[in-house]
Design a protein around this ligand. Structure first.
Ligand code: PLP
Length: 331
């Protein structure tokens, strides 16, 4: 099967910001964009994006998961990057319009339609290194995706990195391209030197997140994860899992915790660790690598609670459990 995110629907929704206002959005071919080579985004990285999914239910309906949360985060990213303010209602309509256009192409569970809203600064002005773009493009790309775990996901190996950081701390909560470029060098090095799948960034020993997913630790009936602050990405999956866990009677501790505490708890037999994000929901972590030593998390296998929480979230997404938190938007 094609790699995640390499197949696109042939059309997308698009709107432009110019002369201080948004144009009406339209449906356009998704294989090209036209803007000036001097566009602000290409030089000064005025760009942010979102990632969310639409699911097809047994009754044939197509439902977008947590659309409002993703739109709010995109509004926040745009604001923090000094891009033009998005019109949240317009973006919601763009998502619904383009997903409705391809309703027949939304894969059945465990597949889904991955939705990628993107906002870029397009003003042709290479003198604006320290000034915001006055024009921008907002578009919504679609990519049908299959079962993330089809190839039998093995528990991940994470390198704990205490010296470097994923991105500049004031950029952490912005879903912006430059942050991934910033983390790529260290990740490639960790793969080469430690056969690690990802880096768990722990600046000054404070356990934070990986390059593109949040980190949660499960110790018995308790979930421990870093409390929200401006230094890391506020995952919608993280929030959804914590909400489901609380509702199921688990104790959710959102607080700072150290690499030392992480390793101590990981050594206990029942401990589980997982990465959370839209693509895979929850992926088990089997091994932590720290200062040349390897620590197995719990049994080293995919944890029972991790799988249970993932199933509970999938059941809501797939229409098999009641949408009791009002997370689905029918298109
Ligand atoms: C997108 C992303 C996440 C996960 O966010 P979700 O809303 O759960 O998909 C976590 N960390 C980073 C750095 C991300 O880019």
């Amino acid at each position: 099967m094609a790699a995640f995110g390499t197949v696109f629907m042939p059309k997308m929704a698009l709107a432009t910001f110019e002369n201080n206002s948004w144009t009406a959005s339209g449906i356009v071919p998704s294989d090209k964009l036209e803007f000036h080579p001097g566009a602000h985004v290409l030089h000064y990285s005025s760009t942010c994006f979102e990632g969310l999914k639409a699911f097809k239910h047994a009754d044939g309906s197509v439902n977008v998961f947590r659309m409002d949360a993703n739109i709010n985060r995109m509004a926040q990213s745009s604001e923090l990057l000094n891009l033009p303010a998005i019109d949240k209602d317009q973006l919601g309509q763009m998502i619904k319009d383009v997903v409705a256009l391809y309703a027949d192409d939304v894969p059945l569970p465990p597949g889904s339609m991955y939705i990628r809203p993107t906002h870029i600064g397009t003003e042709p002005a290479i003198g604006k290194a320290a000034a915001p773009t006055e024009s921008s493009l907002l578009y919504v790309l679609l990519s049908p995706v299959g079962d993330y775990f089809a190839s039998g996901a093995k528990p991940l190996r994470l390198l704990l990195e205490e010296d470097g950081m994923r991105c500049a701390p004031h950029m952490g909560m912005i879903k912006s391209g430059g942050n991934y470029a910033s983390a790529l060098g260290p990740i490639l090095q960790a793969r080469k030197e430690h056969d690690a799948d990802q880096i768990l960034f722990c600046p000054n020993g404070d356990v934070q997140e990986t390059g593109a997913a949040n980190f949660i630790l499960i110790d018995g009936n308790e979930i421990i994860t870093k409390a929200l602050d401006s230094t890391f990405l506020h995952g919608v999956t993280r929030d959804s899992i914590l909400t489901i866990a609380r509702d199921a009677g688990m104790t959710v501790s959102e607080r700072d915790f150290s690499v030392d505490e992480l390793i101590e708890r990981a050594k206990k037999p029942g401990t589980e660790a997982a990465l959370s994000g839209t693509a895979a929901v929850l992926t088990s972590v089997g091994t932590l690598i720290h200062q040349g030593q390897e620590f197995t998390v719990g049994s080293g296998e995919a944890g029972e609670t991790t799988q249970k929480l993932r199933q509970m979230l999938n059941d809501i997404q797939w229409g098999k459990a009641e949408d009791k938190f009002g997370w689905l938007t029918k298109v």
